[in-house]
Design a protein around this ligand. Structure first.
Ligand code: NDP
Ligand code: ZN
Length: 194
């Protein structure tokens, strides 16, 4: 990355402004902006990605899908390359949810290399959240289904960043372990014989 944080900080400011009224789905209703920051941080640390365009796109990755940000606004401020990556990260909201989930699996092999890396960082963060800061009222079954779906999306795009892929596999294993532990805790204990 060139030694100039101006555009990165501008993206952080833009994203914080756009997501300002949004909350994550966890019980504490954390501010939404924590998520894109975590995705950019994961790209930088686990992925070793020091590419300004990718970091900016990571900060902005949910703005088109989840806020009133428009493609025109993003290209005017951050350029066509960043816009292209944000669009690659955006689901088509006109489709029903189940179909959007299927589309992500079908499309992941066809994403650009940088979009694949951002997708990996995004799924790392969401898999971690589903295990350790899960959406309110999601059953263990639903959380496990999410993990299986995330794994299917990621299996379609491997071969773009060994660090991120290893990190994804580790987080996924930890997430499954956490849900299995919760299941064991909830299971009725065998009665003690007197
Ligand atoms: P999503 O799978 O869309 O919700 C997960 C998404 O929400 C994540 O990918 C993430 O996206 C965002 N998110 C925000 N906060 C959190 C958090 N704390 N932890 C994890 N993710 C978070 O769930 P939907 O409610 O939209 O339902 C999707 C599917 O689940 C549907 O197809 C539906 O049919 C099915 N379903 C299953 C049920 C079951 O019991 N098995 C019950 C109901 C629905 P981002 O990165 O964009 O923020
Ligand atoms: Zn995201």
């Amino acid at each position: 990355m060139k030694n100039d944080l101006t555009l990165v900080l501008k993206a952080l400011n833009f994203s914080a402004g756009k997501h300002r009224h949004q909350r994550r789905k966890d019980t504490a209703a954390s501010p939404y902006i924590n998520h894109p920051i975590e995705v950019a941080y994961t790209l930088w640390t686990a992925g070793g990605i020091a590419d300004e365009t990718a970091i900016i796109a990571a900060l902005l990755h949910d703005t088109i899908e989840d806020t009133d940000a428009t493609p025109g606004e993003i290209s005017a401020v951050f350029g066509e390359e960043v816009l292209g990556l944000v669009l690659e990260m955006s689901d088509d909201k006109r489709l029903p949810k189940q179909e959007r989930k299927r589309e992500q699996i079908a499309h992941s092999p066809h994403l650009s290399r940088r979009a694949k890396q951002i997708k990996l960082a995004d799924k790392i963060c969401n898999v971690r959240d589903v295990a350790f800061n899960p959406p309110d009222r999601w059953s263990r079954e639903r959380r496990s289904e999410y993990l299986a779906w995330a794994e299917a999306v990621i299996d379609g795009l491997r071969g773009v960043n060994a660090g991120l892929e290893k990190h994804f596999d580790e987080i996924l294993a930890l997430a499954r372990q956490k849900i299995a532990e919760e299941e064991n805790e909830a299971a009725p204990q065998p009665e003690e014989k007197s």
